[in-house]
Design a protein around this ligand. Structure first.
Ligand SMILES: NC(=O)c1ccc[n+]([C@@H]2O[C@H](COP(=O)([O-])OP(=O)(O)OC[C@H]3O[C@@H](n4cnc5c(N)ncnc54)[C@H](OP(=O)(O)O)[C@@H]3O)[C@@H](O)[C@H]2O)c1
Length: 314
């Protein structure tokens, strides 16, 4: 994060030279600190304010708790279900964090805009925005329901746009801030049976890249978090892809905190994701085969003899 507390670099060098005669482990610690500062690692989230969407469950909730452990000062939690949000808020308050909840349906962009504008008037300015809310429906595209397609596009994209527009304007005015957009490994390597979801997650990566360029002159950073399969409500009823190891939400949250501290532009979670992205770049045909081998079987066999292969539903 651009505005996280950080001692001047010169101070760290002075510290290093003063400690050269100290036992090795101490100077190693100082050396690590100086190296981390050279790589742009800020110290902590102490005293900061973060807004997290999708904070009532799963990855968003785990991110809220990770930030609480990092001594974040204030959290503003967004999701639809006020009771769940309140339960998460109560648990976070016990860790010493000031928490407000903002129940919002991200599929209603106009309402999101006006509620956000009102909410920001009554809260400390946002230092970190984590756009985590999302939905996914697993279905062959030709069998997809238009209503589910709309919900995926509205939640994963339009909802994120509406929140980001309001918060990014405030960050630009303050000349500081960090935005984390939660995409997915499927934003890099699209998966069969998840066409619309993959499309939204690819779009988030493109959106973040453009936004990063626009906001950089204003000292606002933009990071893409790309979890792979993670054990949450979202995937509970999905047919699994073979050989894919699922992460825990806490692992994703930890990767986010580390990546944001390092100022990373993109954060992949787990070795399988790194392998998949590398394979897709270096050997795309092999990756296509791997996806075919690992994908879950289609629910409806497509007949090569019929013109209308499956009835389209809304
Ligand atoms: N789980 C995975 O395998 C995986 C992998 C890669 C990326 N991701 C991404 O990680 C993010 C979090 O996913 P998750 O696995 O934690 O899912 P989850 O457990 O289903 O949680 C989704 C969160 O989004 C909120 N949400 C859903 N629709 C909303 C709406 N219309 N308005 C406001 N909030 C809404 C939900 O709260 P309410 O229901 O209360 O609104 C909930 O807090 C998503 O962007 C997802 O695409 C997940």
């Amino acid at each position: 994060m651009s505005n996280l507390k950080q001692k001047p670099l010169t101070q760290s060098f002075k510290f290093l030279s003063l400690n050269l005669s100290q036992p090795q482990n101490e100077s190693n610690t100082v050396l690590a600190e100086v190296l981390s500062r050279l790589r742009g690692i800020p110290m902590d989230f102490h005293g900061q304010t973060a807004l997290i969407t999708g904070a009532s469950r799963g990855i968003g909730k785990a991110i809220a708790f990770s930030l609480a452990q990092q001594n974040i000062h204030t959290l503003l939690l967004v999701a639809r279900d006020p009771q769940r949000l309140q339960r998460v808020a109560t648990d976070l308050e016990q860790l010493g964090v000031e928490v407000s909840i903002l129940p919002l349906d991200l599929t209603q962009p106009r309402n999101v805009h006006s509620s956000m504008v009102k909410a920001l008037r009554h809260h400390p300015p946002i230092d970190l925005l984590v756009n985590c809310a999302g939905v996914a429906y697993q279905r062959q595209f030709i069998e997809s329901h238009l209503q589910q397609v709309e919900t995926e596009l509205m939640t994963n994209l339009l909802g994120m746009y509406s929140i980001t527009r309001v918060v990014a304007r405030q960050m630009v005015r303050r000349k500081q801030g960090h935005i984390v957009n939660v995409s997915s490994l499927m934003g890099k390597v699209a998966a069969p049976s998840m066409a619309t979801y993959s499309a939204t997650k690819h779009a988030i990566i493109g959106f973040s890249q453009a936004l990063r360029g626009e906001l950089a002159p204003h000292n606002v950073k933009v990071t893409n978090l790309m979890p792979s399969l993670t054990k949450t409500d979202m995937v509970r009823d999905m047919k699994p892809f073979r050989w894919v190891r699922a992460s825990r939400p806490e692992q994703v949250a930890k990767a986010m905190v580390t990546g944001v501290k390092r100022g990373n532009r993109e954060i992949l979670v787990g070795w399988q994701s790194h392998m998949a992205v590398m394979c897709d770049r270096l050997a795309p045909q092999l990756m296509t085969r791997i996806i075919r081998w690992t994908q879950p079987p289609a629910t409806t066999p497509v007949s090569p003899y019929s013109k209308v292969v499956v009835p389209l539903q809304n």
